[in-house]
Write a protein that binds this ligand. Structure first.
Ligand code: FES
Length: 105
């Protein structure tokens, strides 16, 4: 699926994401700044924090308890905040837009 990553300054990067990878891995693999992934995807650093559009957020499975606890600690949580490493790409995500927080630059 094609996923668009939008930086805090509005620059957008559309990338082809591999099904089964997660949003943090997709960002790193494509050299996209704004998602750091310092813990390697073990849900313990929150440097892969991102914001989804409401419609995309709504069609994903709800975040796990551990992910919600990590999201409580991020700098600027939104209603549609997710940890990129906990969102696994599937074919239905074509067209998804992922916004990256200014605090990760
Ligand atoms: Fe550390 Fe996602 S990469 S919480």
């Amino acid at each position: 699926p094609l996923i668009t990553f939008v930086a805090h300054d509005g620059s957008a990067y559309e990338v082809e994401a591999a099904t089964g990878s997660n949003l943090m891995q997709v960002a790193l693999a494509n050299g996209i700044d704004g998602i750091l992934g310092e813990c390697g995807g073990s849900c313990s650093c929150a440097t892969c924090h991102c914001y989804l559009d409401e419609k995309d957020y709504a069609r994903l499975e709800a975040p796990s308890r551990i992910e919600r606890e990590m999201l409580d600690c991020v700098a600027e949580p939104h209603a549609t905040s997710r940890l990129g490493c906990q969102v696994v790409v599937n074919a239905e995500m074509d067209g998804m837009v992922v916004h990256m927080p200014a605090s990760q630059y």
